[in-house]
Design a protein around this ligand. Structure first.
Ligand code: DHB
Length: 314
């Protein structure tokens, strides 16, 4: 089952999407949908600060180890009906994390998904790829991906997206994960989550820019654009080859309209904006969409659909 997003731009789950006030700010922008921060079974404070570093000079991007701060799924279940009043699809991102209830991860996803569907969300985005928890992300283990998707797709009827890690340094794993997805009714794959285990140093203080996890965190922004394009294109080609009706949503490195155009050419049908939204605030969506439309007109296209997957060989 698909989900229609127009304009084909949304916020990426994570940046400034935790509280109702933040989500309302997103809802009032030109975004095509409202995507929440990944919600977990228990509310979480997240990691100690500093935990987010945004290089706003356009060169690198952002580095974070937030540690999944969020209100807990029961709070989001209450907020979703209010967010729906803005008339845009509400996409609830879901993650598992260690929790006082000691529920196994698969049970956490299943329980949250059921409650959030009941609350009226239009789609679920299963975040299987948080890079900042102690455990290896579920996205790196095909059997765990299968277990979560089996449990959630059994009960849930609304469209399901899956947020994945970059697999650029583990090619065989890409193939195994992509094959696993073919066995389920999935609306879209969102790729990439932030590039894990990255480090930056502030030369003024000679300190690591973030504190948690010994300074290592997930990278987003311009530095990851080519990685994201490669992942979008690999999934797009794989799904085409296997005639799967799974859309690819491109996330990573979009700060100009031209970057979004590259994502569409690589195979994305929707793009999500993370670091740029942190940087520029909600007007980023309007500016990007205007830029995309201008590019389409100047280059003789009448819609984004005409571009999707149309990259040429060199
Ligand atoms: C966090 C970061 C992520 O990239 C993600 O997918 C989920 C959570 C975080 O640290 O909060």
């Amino acid at each position: 089952m698909g989900i229609r997003i127009y304009p084909p731009i949304t916020n990426a789950s994570g940046p400034l999407s935790v509280t109702y006030e933040e989500l309302e700010r997103i809802a009032r922008s030109a975004t095509g949908a409202i995507v929440t921060k990944s919600m977990t079974h228990c509310p979480r404070q997240g990691n100690p600060e500093p935990r987010l570093w945004a290089h706003l000079d356009g060169k690198i991007g952002s580095l974070n180890s937030m540690g999944l701060p969020n209100l807990g799924y029961q709070e989001y279940a209450k907020l979703i009906p209010k967010l729906k009043e803005f008339g845009k699809p509400v996409i609830a991102s879901i993650a598992s994390a260690p929790c006082a209830h000691n529920l196994p991860p698969v049970e956490q996803y299943r329980e949250i998904a059921g409650a959030i569907e009941k609350a009226g969300a239009d789609a679920l985005e299963l975040n299987l790829s948080c890079p900042n928890l102690e455990d290896v992300p579920i996205s790196m283990d095909p059997q765990s991906v299968r277990a979560v998707l089996s449990a959630v797709t059994r009960d849930v009827k609304i469209p399901i997206g899956v947020k994945l890690s970059p697999y650029n340094n583990v090619p065989k794993l890409f193939e195994e994960i992509a094959r696993t997805l073919l066995d389920f009714e999935i609306a879209y794959v969102a790729t990439i989550n932030s590039e894990p285990l990255t480090l930056d140093i502030d030369l003024k203080t000679r300190a690591k820019v973030i504190r948690p996890n010994d300074g290592f965190g997930g990278l987003g922004g311009p530095a990851v654009l080519p990685i994201a394009l490669a992942e979008v294109h690999r999934f797009y080609r794989f799904f085409q080859k296997h005639r799967a009706q799974i859309a690819v949503w491109g996330v990573g490195g979009i700060i100009r309209a031209e970057d979004a155009i590259k994502h569409f050419l690589a195979g994305a049908s929707v793009v999500q904006i993370g670091t740029l939204f942190l940087w520029e605030g909600p007007q980023a969506f309007e500016r990007l969409w205007a830029g995309i439309q201008q590019w389409l007109t100047e280059n003789g296209f009448s819609s984004v659909e005409e571009l999707i997957g149309q990259v040429r060989d060199a």
